[in-house]
Design a protein around this ligand. Structure first.
Ligand SMILES: Nc1ncnc2c1ncn2[C@@H]1O[C@H](COP(=O)(O)OP(=O)(O)OP(=O)(O)O)[C@@H](O)[C@H]1O
Ligand SMILES: [Mg+2]
Length: 286
């Protein structure tokens, strides 16, 4: 297993888990989608990632998590000094990287409770990149979490997220409404206690009350041990989850980065001026 030790001064100074992305290029089939992404998210920080449809935001999230359809052609993704690109998605998850999907899939036959239990067990087992001989994708050695402990944790998190009891005995996302799917993603996040959470448009499809509950849930998890990357089109969620940094992506690159007020400015002014400023192609009005 090849690991890379990052030499980023910020990382060695704080020792905090950090996501460092350098000059990341990725493609799907012959189409280059990410064209040189640079981004650093430290533990304790919340970053928002915005940008027009099709600019590569979900692609970036998928590449960080290790989706097999995307081919990384250049650059690196380090998490706490470990080269994520060398690891299978399950190992990335066990290290504490979490992605709430833009379009969560349903998994008929697997209940939310069973899934969460296995996922929490795997997450707790963690992953030691220096340990050898662990085949990729293998189910974790069952460390077994006492049922009472699991139930207590689940009840606690369900309460915070105002999740109905019947939810967890249903199959994952099967017949869930759009908002319920998003809430189920955040329940997973709450249970897994990640160190880096990427939320891909978790706010879309949520009504105002659900948005508040989900935001409260995310805020309850925020702290010095969690880095958050929120992908969104709307400033609205950022009223509840205040970002430290706001980035705009266009054509597979981050073209501008600003503070929390930048999201408000974007809401008012749109992206066109930015695209022009960055010398990017501006889509024709229809
Ligand atoms: N599986 C795929 N096959 C072909 N093209 C793809 C695939 N996945 C992504 N793309 C293309 O990559 C580009 C970036 O897509 P991506 O989903 O990352 O954009 P996005 O910024 O998340 O957009 P949105 O705001 O609409 O969610 C798009 O042009 C998309 O069509
Ligand atoms: Mg997307």
């Amino acid at each position: 297993m090849e690991t890379t030790t990052a030499t980023d001064p910020a990382e060695t100074q704080t020792g905090a888990a950090q996501l460092i992305i350098r000059d990341l290029h990725a493609r799907i089939e012959d189409k280059e989608i990410l064209r040189g992404v640079n981004l650093t998210v430290s533990q304790g920080e919340t970053h928002a990632l915005m940008g027009p449809n099709g600019s590569g935001k979900s692609t970036l999230a998928n590449v960080i998590m290790g989706h097999p359809r995307y081919e990384v052609t250049q650059g690196e993704v380090l998490f706490n000094g470990i080269n994520l690109l060398d690891l299978s998605p399950d190992k990335r998850a066990r290290l504490g990287v979490f992605l709430a999907f833009q379009y969560p899939s349903s998994v008929p036959g697997v209940t939310v409770a069973n899934f969460l239990r296995r996922a929490v067990e795997a997450r707790r087992e963690g992953f030691d990149p220096n340990a050898s001989g662990e085949p990729t994708g293998q189910a974790p050695k069952r460390k077994g979490m006492p049922p009472a402990e699991f139930r207590k944790l689940l009840t606690e998190k369900m309460k915070i997220l105002k999740v109905d009891n019947t939810f967890i005995t249903r199959y994952i996302n099967e017949g869930f409404s759009g908002g319920e799917k998003k809430r189920a993603e955040i329940l997973q996040m709450a249970m897994l206690e990640p160190r880096l959470a990427i939320l891909d448009e978790t706010d879309s499809g949520l009504d105002i009350d659900a948005l508040r509950v989900v935001s409260d849930g995310v805020n309850a998890l925020r702290g010095p041990n969690l880095g958050v990357l929120i992908i969104t089109h709307y400033q609205r969620i950022l009223n509840y989850i205040t970002p430290d940094v706001v980035h705009v992506m266009s054509h597979g690159r981050i073209i501008k980065t600003g503070g929390p007020d930048f999201a408000m400015e974007l809401e008012q002014k749109g992206y066109e001026w930015l695209l022009k400023e960055a010398g990017e192609e501006v889509p024709e009005e229809e």
